[in-house]
Design a binder for this molecule. Structure first.
Ligand SMILES: [Zn+2]
Ligand SMILES: [Zn+2]
Length: 281
Protein backbone atom coordinates (compact mmCIF):
# COMPACT_ATOMS: atom_id res chain seq x y z
CA UNK A 1 0.00 0.00 0.00
CA UNK A 2 1.24 3.50 -0.74
CA UNK A 3 -0.29 6.90 -0.14
CA UNK A 4 -0.65 8.99 -3.28
CA UNK A 5 -1.06 12.73 -3.07
CA UNK A 6 -2.74 13.27 -6.44
CA UNK A 7 -6.22 14.26 -7.62
CA UNK A 8 -8.72 11.43 -7.35
CA UNK A 9 -10.86 10.30 -10.25
CA UNK A 10 -13.59 7.72 -10.69
CA UNK A 11 -11.43 5.53 -12.95
CA UNK A 12 -7.93 4.12 -12.71
CA UNK A 13 -5.75 1.40 -14.24
CA UNK A 14 -7.05 -1.37 -11.98
CA UNK A 15 -5.47 -0.45 -8.66
CA UNK A 16 -7.70 -0.46 -5.58
CA UNK A 17 -8.03 3.10 -4.32
CA UNK A 18 -9.43 3.94 -0.91
CA UNK A 19 -9.92 7.70 -0.78
CA UNK A 20 -11.15 9.32 2.40
CA UNK A 21 -13.24 12.37 1.54
CA UNK A 22 -12.87 13.15 5.22
CA UNK A 23 -11.22 11.62 8.25
CA UNK A 24 -12.89 13.65 10.99
CA UNK A 25 -15.44 12.93 13.68
CA UNK A 26 -19.08 13.92 13.22
CA UNK A 27 -18.40 17.37 14.68
CA UNK A 28 -14.85 18.02 13.47
CA UNK A 29 -14.03 21.55 12.32
CA UNK A 30 -10.55 20.70 11.01
CA UNK A 31 -11.60 17.82 8.77
CA UNK A 32 -14.53 16.64 6.74
CA UNK A 33 -16.71 13.79 7.92
CA UNK A 34 -15.52 10.23 7.46
CA UNK A 35 -17.02 9.27 4.08
CA UNK A 36 -15.05 7.04 1.72
CA UNK A 37 -14.75 6.71 -2.03
CA UNK A 38 -13.55 3.36 -3.39
CA UNK A 39 -12.31 3.16 -6.98
CA UNK A 40 -11.01 0.25 -9.04
CA UNK A 41 -10.74 0.18 -12.83
CA UNK A 42 -13.98 1.62 -14.21
CA UNK A 43 -15.91 1.03 -10.98
CA UNK A 44 -16.54 3.16 -7.91
CA UNK A 45 -18.53 3.07 -4.69
CA UNK A 46 -19.25 5.94 -2.31
CA UNK A 47 -19.58 4.77 1.27
CA UNK A 48 -21.71 7.25 3.22
CA UNK A 49 -22.85 10.72 2.30
CA UNK A 50 -22.73 13.02 5.30
CA UNK A 51 -23.50 16.71 5.51
CA UNK A 52 -19.96 17.62 4.34
CA UNK A 53 -19.90 15.05 1.51
CA UNK A 54 -20.67 17.14 -1.55
CA UNK A 55 -18.23 19.85 -0.43
CA UNK A 56 -15.44 17.33 0.11
CA UNK A 57 -16.19 15.74 -3.28
CA UNK A 58 -15.85 19.12 -4.97
CA UNK A 59 -12.48 19.67 -3.26
CA UNK A 60 -11.43 16.49 -5.04
CA UNK A 61 -12.74 17.84 -8.35
CA UNK A 62 -15.88 15.68 -8.32
CA UNK A 63 -19.59 16.47 -8.25
CA UNK A 64 -22.16 14.63 -6.20
CA UNK A 65 -23.80 13.91 -9.58
CA UNK A 66 -20.74 11.89 -10.63
CA UNK A 67 -21.52 9.30 -7.95
CA UNK A 68 -23.40 6.33 -9.43
CA UNK A 69 -23.01 3.73 -6.66
CA UNK A 70 -23.52 4.19 -2.94
CA UNK A 71 -23.67 2.24 0.31
CA UNK A 72 -24.68 3.65 3.69
CA UNK A 73 -23.28 2.33 6.98
CA UNK A 74 -25.76 3.89 9.43
CA UNK A 75 -28.10 6.76 10.11
CA UNK A 76 -26.01 9.41 11.91
CA UNK A 77 -25.98 12.68 9.95
CA UNK A 78 -22.21 12.55 9.30
CA UNK A 79 -23.09 9.48 7.18
CA UNK A 80 -26.53 10.30 5.74
CA UNK A 81 -26.92 14.10 5.98
CA UNK A 82 -25.95 14.64 2.33
CA UNK A 83 -28.29 12.04 0.85
CA UNK A 84 -31.09 14.53 0.24
CA UNK A 85 -28.81 16.63 -1.96
CA UNK A 86 -27.69 13.49 -3.79
CA UNK A 87 -31.20 12.29 -4.58
CA UNK A 88 -32.77 15.67 -5.36
CA UNK A 89 -29.92 16.62 -7.68
CA UNK A 90 -30.27 13.29 -9.46
CA UNK A 91 -34.04 13.46 -9.76
CA UNK A 92 -34.36 17.10 -10.76
CA UNK A 93 -31.08 18.00 -12.47
CA UNK A 94 -30.03 14.88 -14.35
CA UNK A 95 -33.26 12.82 -14.04
CA UNK A 96 -31.32 9.77 -13.04
CA UNK A 97 -31.11 7.33 -10.16
CA UNK A 98 -27.92 6.38 -8.35
CA UNK A 99 -27.61 2.70 -7.48
CA UNK A 100 -27.78 1.87 -3.76
CA UNK A 101 -26.65 -1.41 -2.22
CA UNK A 102 -28.89 -1.85 0.80
CA UNK A 103 -30.65 -4.55 2.79
CA UNK A 104 -34.43 -4.55 3.04
CA UNK A 105 -34.16 -4.01 6.80
CA UNK A 106 -31.96 -0.95 6.58
CA UNK A 107 -33.86 0.53 3.63
CA UNK A 108 -36.96 0.82 5.86
CA UNK A 109 -34.96 2.51 8.62
CA UNK A 110 -33.18 4.90 6.26
CA UNK A 111 -36.34 5.93 4.42
CA UNK A 112 -38.74 6.22 7.34
CA UNK A 113 -36.38 7.75 9.89
CA UNK A 114 -34.07 9.91 7.76
CA UNK A 115 -34.83 10.62 4.11
CA UNK A 116 -38.60 10.63 3.89
CA UNK A 117 -39.29 14.05 5.41
CA UNK A 118 -37.50 15.89 2.62
CA UNK A 119 -38.23 13.42 -0.16
CA UNK A 120 -41.73 11.95 -0.12
CA UNK A 121 -43.85 14.99 -0.98
CA UNK A 122 -41.75 16.68 -3.62
CA UNK A 123 -44.30 15.23 -6.05
CA UNK A 124 -47.71 13.68 -5.83
CA UNK A 125 -49.07 11.25 -8.37
CA UNK A 126 -52.66 10.00 -7.95
CA UNK A 127 -52.54 11.18 -4.35
CA UNK A 128 -49.38 9.24 -3.58
CA UNK A 129 -45.96 10.70 -2.81
CA UNK A 130 -42.58 9.45 -3.92
CA UNK A 131 -40.96 6.28 -2.64
CA UNK A 132 -37.38 5.20 -1.98
CA UNK A 133 -37.34 3.40 -5.33
CA UNK A 134 -38.26 6.62 -7.16
CA UNK A 135 -34.92 8.05 -6.07
CA UNK A 136 -32.65 5.01 -6.08
CA UNK A 137 -32.04 1.94 -8.17
CA UNK A 138 -32.04 -0.60 -5.36
CA UNK A 139 -29.66 -3.56 -5.36
CA UNK A 140 -30.01 -6.17 -2.62
CA UNK A 141 -26.76 -7.57 -1.25
CA UNK A 142 -26.46 -11.34 -0.76
CA UNK A 143 -26.91 -12.60 2.80
CA UNK A 144 -23.95 -14.30 4.46
CA UNK A 145 -25.82 -16.86 6.57
CA UNK A 146 -22.80 -18.62 8.05
CA UNK A 147 -20.82 -15.53 9.01
CA UNK A 148 -19.99 -15.17 12.74
CA UNK A 149 -21.91 -11.91 12.76
CA UNK A 150 -24.72 -10.70 10.52
CA UNK A 151 -23.56 -9.32 7.21
CA UNK A 152 -23.97 -9.39 3.47
CA UNK A 153 -21.90 -9.21 0.31
CA UNK A 154 -22.13 -7.56 -3.09
CA UNK A 155 -19.99 -6.64 -6.06
CA UNK A 156 -19.77 -3.31 -7.84
CA UNK A 157 -18.14 -4.44 -11.06
CA UNK A 158 -14.71 -5.58 -9.91
CA UNK A 159 -15.03 -4.26 -6.34
CA UNK A 160 -16.04 -6.93 -3.83
CA UNK A 161 -17.65 -5.72 -0.60
CA UNK A 162 -18.45 -7.79 2.48
CA UNK A 163 -20.27 -6.08 5.36
CA UNK A 164 -20.62 -6.90 9.05
CA UNK A 165 -22.68 -5.45 11.90
CA UNK A 166 -21.00 -3.30 14.53
CA UNK A 167 -21.87 -2.21 18.07
CA UNK A 168 -22.03 1.57 17.71
CA UNK A 169 -25.05 3.05 19.48
CA UNK A 170 -26.58 3.47 21.99
CA UNK A 171 -23.66 3.57 24.41
CA UNK A 172 -25.57 1.08 26.56
CA UNK A 173 -25.68 -1.60 23.84
CA UNK A 174 -23.66 -4.58 25.02
CA UNK A 175 -23.66 -6.57 21.75
CA UNK A 176 -24.00 -5.75 18.06
CA UNK A 177 -27.38 -7.53 18.07
CA UNK A 178 -28.55 -5.08 20.71
CA UNK A 179 -27.32 -1.98 18.82
CA UNK A 180 -28.95 0.18 16.15
CA UNK A 181 -28.19 -1.01 12.60
CA UNK A 182 -24.59 -0.05 11.78
CA UNK A 183 -22.10 -1.82 9.51
CA UNK A 184 -18.41 -1.96 8.76
CA UNK A 185 -16.99 -3.63 5.66
CA UNK A 186 -14.13 -5.47 3.98
CA UNK A 187 -13.07 -4.60 0.41
CA UNK A 188 -11.63 -7.33 -1.83
CA UNK A 189 -10.59 -9.20 1.36
CA UNK A 190 -7.67 -6.73 1.47
CA UNK A 191 -8.89 -3.68 3.35
CA UNK A 192 -11.01 -3.60 6.51
CA UNK A 193 -12.98 -0.54 7.58
CA UNK A 194 -14.51 -0.75 11.05
CA UNK A 195 -17.23 1.76 10.30
CA UNK A 196 -18.44 3.51 13.44
CA UNK A 197 -18.16 1.21 16.44
CA UNK A 198 -17.54 1.14 20.14
CA UNK A 199 -14.54 -0.89 21.19
CA UNK A 200 -15.36 -4.50 20.33
CA UNK A 201 -12.56 -6.95 21.04
CA UNK A 202 -14.41 -9.75 19.20
CA UNK A 203 -14.92 -7.83 15.98
CA UNK A 204 -11.59 -8.18 14.17
CA UNK A 205 -11.05 -11.85 15.09
CA UNK A 206 -14.58 -12.61 13.87
CA UNK A 207 -14.50 -10.75 10.60
CA UNK A 208 -10.85 -11.22 9.66
CA UNK A 209 -9.82 -14.52 11.28
CA UNK A 210 -6.95 -15.18 8.87
CA UNK A 211 -5.39 -11.79 9.61
CA UNK A 212 -4.59 -11.21 5.96
CA UNK A 213 -5.90 -7.69 5.41
CA UNK A 214 -3.27 -5.25 4.23
CA UNK A 215 -4.80 -2.29 6.04
CA UNK A 216 -7.39 -1.75 8.76
CA UNK A 217 -9.05 1.66 8.95
CA UNK A 218 -10.50 1.90 12.45
CA UNK A 219 -12.57 4.65 14.00
CA UNK A 220 -11.34 6.20 17.22
CA UNK A 221 -12.04 8.93 19.74
CA UNK A 222 -9.66 10.53 22.20
CA UNK A 223 -11.81 10.31 25.34
CA UNK A 224 -13.43 7.48 27.33
CA UNK A 225 -17.11 6.48 27.16
CA UNK A 226 -19.35 7.45 24.27
CA UNK A 227 -20.05 5.44 21.13
CA UNK A 228 -16.65 5.09 19.44
CA UNK A 229 -13.60 2.98 20.24
CA UNK A 230 -11.24 5.09 22.35
CA UNK A 231 -7.52 5.27 21.59
CA UNK A 232 -6.77 3.76 25.01
CA UNK A 233 -9.06 0.81 24.27
CA UNK A 234 -7.75 -0.02 20.80
CA UNK A 235 -4.21 0.30 22.17
CA UNK A 236 -4.94 -2.98 24.01
CA UNK A 237 -5.34 -4.88 20.71
CA UNK A 238 -2.48 -7.18 19.67
CA UNK A 239 0.45 -5.66 17.77
CA UNK A 240 -0.54 -7.68 14.68
CA UNK A 241 -3.64 -5.48 14.42
CA UNK A 242 -2.15 -2.18 15.58
CA UNK A 243 0.65 -2.27 13.04
CA UNK A 244 -1.93 -2.36 10.22
CA UNK A 245 -4.33 0.15 11.79
CA UNK A 246 -4.88 3.60 10.32
CA UNK A 247 -7.02 5.62 12.72
CA UNK A 248 -9.94 7.58 11.34
CA UNK A 249 -13.11 9.45 12.40
CA UNK A 250 -11.03 11.35 14.96
CA UNK A 251 -11.48 14.62 16.80
CA UNK A 252 -9.75 17.95 16.35
CA UNK A 253 -7.22 17.49 19.19
CA UNK A 254 -5.31 14.86 17.18
CA UNK A 255 -2.01 16.78 17.37
CA UNK A 256 -1.87 16.06 21.12
CA UNK A 257 -2.20 12.33 20.41
CA UNK A 258 0.46 11.80 17.75
CA UNK A 259 3.02 10.68 20.35
CA UNK A 260 0.72 8.09 21.89
CA UNK A 261 -0.30 6.82 18.43
CA UNK A 262 3.34 6.37 17.38
CA UNK A 263 4.41 4.87 20.74
CA UNK A 264 1.61 2.31 20.57
CA UNK A 265 2.69 1.07 17.14
CA UNK A 266 -0.27 2.14 15.04
CA UNK A 267 0.21 2.64 11.30
CA UNK A 268 -0.88 6.24 11.83
CA UNK A 269 -3.65 8.76 11.47
CA UNK A 270 -5.61 8.51 8.23
CA UNK A 271 -5.33 11.66 6.11
CA UNK A 272 -8.22 12.98 4.08
CA UNK A 273 -8.09 13.77 0.36
CA UNK A 274 -5.27 11.24 -0.13
CA UNK A 275 -5.39 8.06 -2.20
CA UNK A 276 -4.50 4.87 -0.31
CA UNK A 277 -3.45 2.75 -3.27
CA UNK A 278 -3.28 -1.04 -3.30
CA UNK A 279 -1.64 -2.54 -6.39
CA UNK A 280 -3.61 -4.85 -8.70
CA UNK A 281 -3.53 -8.49 -7.52
ZN1 LIG B 1 -19.72 8.89 12.25
ZN1 LIG C 1 -22.12 7.12 13.95
Amino acid sequence: MRIVNAPVSLRNDGQLWVYFLGCGSAFSKRHHQTNVLIVKGDDHLLVDCGTTCSGSLSLGGLSILDIRNIMVTHSHADHVGGLEELILMNRYVTRSKPRIFITRTYQKILWNQSIRGGAEYNERHDGVGLRFEDYFEVVRPRRKPNAPREGSAFDVGGIHVRTFRTRHYPEQATTWQDAMYTIGFVIDERVVFSGDTQFDADMLPEIEPAGGAEAIFHDTQFFPGGIHASLDQISTLPESYRSRMHLVHYGDNFDDKRGQIADNGFAGLTEEQRIYEFPPE
